[in-house]
Ligand binder design. Structure first.
Ligand code: ADP
Length: 227
């Protein structure tokens, strides 16, 4: 589903963010992408979302070379991926329901479909009872679950969680990981991007470690074994 073939990304000005990266993430996998600040994690995400293009090498999603993708195809690519951003990016003046519905309205989906889908995805993340609340009336963990519900609204094949522990406390971050595991168990690929070594090594999942723009580790963690 995600393939990096010898990908190098050099930003204008000469910063090399990724260098000769090769990796392959299959459909249905649950993967951590782990690295310190500046390692190249955001660049990895931006390449997948086609917010940036590789300087050399190829990034492929479902076999499609993003470097050759036409601009008008990019929104469709992004709709197949659900991203939960570290800062949630909810609209503060909209209720929970409308935050999720908005993601559907902007793609011109009929209101009757929205009325069915929004309560369904809010139910998946355990927020059916809070659909009339404003984001500020929710805890950090709940806001993150709204962001996850919104990410699920277009039935994506891939969910990307960017630093999911960044703005919530440790207990809630475990809850979030459980939700992501549940989502993964129905066949959705999950990629969790984090700088938190502790979080990644708590689970028996594949961990791709990047450092200074290079993949320096790629292995399934055996639970309980600290890397
Ligand atoms: P991380 O998300 O792991 O912190 P980034 O992908 O943001 O890492 O950054 C990797 C490297 O690329 C860093 O050295 C950073 O300074 C550089 N970088 C990131 N974005 C840009 C940009 N837009 N222009 C120039 N350099 C950048």
């Amino acid at each position: 589903m995600i393939e990096f073939e010898d990908v190098t990304k050099v930003y204008p000005g000469g910063n090399t963010a990724l260098e000769n990266v090769n990796l392959h993430i299959d459909k249905g996998e649950f993967v951590f992408v782990l690295g310190h600040s500046g390692a190249g994690k955001s660049t990895f995400l931006k390449l997948i979302l086609r917010e940036e293009k590789a300087t050399s090498g190829r990034v492929l999603i479902d076999g499609k070379d993003l470097g050759r993708m036409k601009e008008r195809e990019v929104p469709y690519l992004r709709r197949r991926m659900g991203v939960v951003f570290q800062d949630f990016r909810l609209i503060p003046t909209m209720t929970v329901y409308d935050n999720v519905a908005f993601a559907m309205r902007v793609t011109n989906i009929a209101e009757d479909k929205i009325r069915k889908r929004v309560p369904y995805v809010l139910g998946l993340v355990g927020l059916a009872q809070k659909s009339d609340r404003l984001p500020e009336e929710l805890s950090g963990g709940e806001q993150q679950r709204v962001a996850l519900a919104r990410a699920l609204v277009h039935s994506p094949q891939l969910i990307i969680a960017d630093e999911p522990t960044g703005n919530i406390d440790p207990e809630l971050s475990l809850e979030m990981m459980e939700l992501l595991s549940a989502i993964n168990s129905v066949g959705i690929t999950v990629v969790v991007v984090t700088h938190e070594h502790e979080l990644a090594y708590r689970f028996s999942k594949r961990i791709i470690t990047i450092d200074h723009g290079a993949v320096v580790g790629d292995a399934v963690n055996k639970q309980g074994v600290k890397g």
